[in-house]
Design a protein around this ligand. Structure first.
Ligand code: 2P0
Length: 329
């Protein structure tokens, strides 16, 4: 196979990944649990050919910058090594959501790239193998290989073979909704990779974060499988605030929120005081993702829409794993 097109959806972590046990293989210091998001996806085509002298990358129909091209090229080297080929590739990737909106695009991007590139290179990889490759591109991408509710394992091995994700429950296991409040369209100042290193190197909270991760994962796994919405929501907020407390406690402290982020967090807690079960989670950026049940979706959307500074909302449900859209010899 020389050409393949794949699609993968983004995800949000309910129990957060923050910190690496090995930077070169991108091995996480803690496991994580996520839900794959139906509404946000990346579609990527990879075409290997011996006629091209270098890899080329197009993002949303425009040539990618040098840094992105190098990151993709390094990723393709892993696939080429496994497939015993050395053709260069043309990679065309497009998100169905604005990249600048600060929504995790590396998760869907590297999951789609893993599947498209390995298929185009003639490999027929298992989901576990795809997850391992996707992790090399971006830690959260290992989870986006799978749909529904997903657990990423930190693994024990030095070679990272066990630092992979696995599905906990399929997308149709539980109809929950995630209402995403966009509070800024500006690119963030400190990316996740740099932020994690800063926390690891300078926060006195970091050892406690690593030591207590397994308890949080086990509690979330149980709550999810029992469809205990209150517990899932409480644990999600807890893990989010715990991760941000860690980021805030570095030197210098990392402040990913803006004022509107805080306003949304308060609004979510106000909704709970009125008996509407809604819980927030926030990644390394200012957008707020609010978890609720389908019967409360409209109420949550109306409450968030009214907050000055909320630019727009994207509502989604659990989505499917990475899949092929086409392939050609
Ligand atoms: C997560 N984040 O679990 C956490 C919570 C952001 C906050 O994984 O360095 O792009 O490429 O492995 O996966 C975002 O970081 O980081 C992320 P790298 P990634 O979703």
């Amino acid at each position: 196979m020389a050409q393949a097109t794949a699609r993968a959806h983004s995800n949000i972590a309910l129990i957060k990944y923050w910190g690496k046990r090995d930077s070169s293989l991108n091995l996480p210091a803690v496991g994580s649990i996520s839900v794959t998001l139906d509404a946000l996806h990346t579609t990527t085509s990879v075409h290997f050919s011996s006629e091209w002298p270098t890899d080329r990358v197009e993002l949303n129909q425009a040539p990618a910058d040098e840094k992105t091209t190098q990151r993709v090229s390094r990723f393709l080297d892993i696939i080429r090594q496994n497939a015993h080929i050395d053709e260069r590739a043309l990679v065309s990737s497009a998100n169905n959501f604005p990249t600048a909106a600060g929504l995790a695009s590396s998760a869907s991007a590297f999951a789609a790239l893993s599947l498209a590139a390995s298929t185009a290179a003639g490999l027929s990889a298992s989901p576990a193998q795809l997850s391992e490759w996707a992790r090399r591109g971006s830690g959260s991408a290992a989870r986006s290989i799978f749909g529904g509710f997903v657990e990423m394992h930190k693994g024990q091995r030095a070679d990272g073979r066990d630092a992979i994700a696995e599905p906990l429950a399929a997308a149709d296991f539980w109809d929950v909704r995630i209402v995403i409040a966009i509070t800024s369209e500006q690119a963030k100042q400190t990316g996740s990779t740099g932020g994690m290193e800063q926390s690891k190197n300078s926060s006195v909270y970091y050892p406690a974060w690593v030591d207590t991760a397994e308890e949080d994962l086990s509690a979330m796994r149980n709550a999810l499988l029992q469809k205990d919405f209150t517990r899932v929501g409480e644990l999600s907020e807890y893990s989010c605030l715990k991760m941000h407390a860690l980021a805030l406690s570095g030197q210098p402290g990392l402040l990913y929120w803006n004022g509107v982020t805080m306003d949304v967090m308060h609004a979510v807690r106000n909704l709970r005081r009125q008996g509407i079960e809604a819980y927030f989670t926030i990644d390394a950026g200012p957008q707020v993702k609010v978890l609720c049940l389908p019967e409360h979706q409209n109420t949550v959307e109306e409450a968030l829409q009214q907050i000055p500074g909320v630019l727009r909302l994207i509502t989604t449900r659990p989505g499917t794993g990475a899949h092929l859209l086409g392939e050609k010899a």
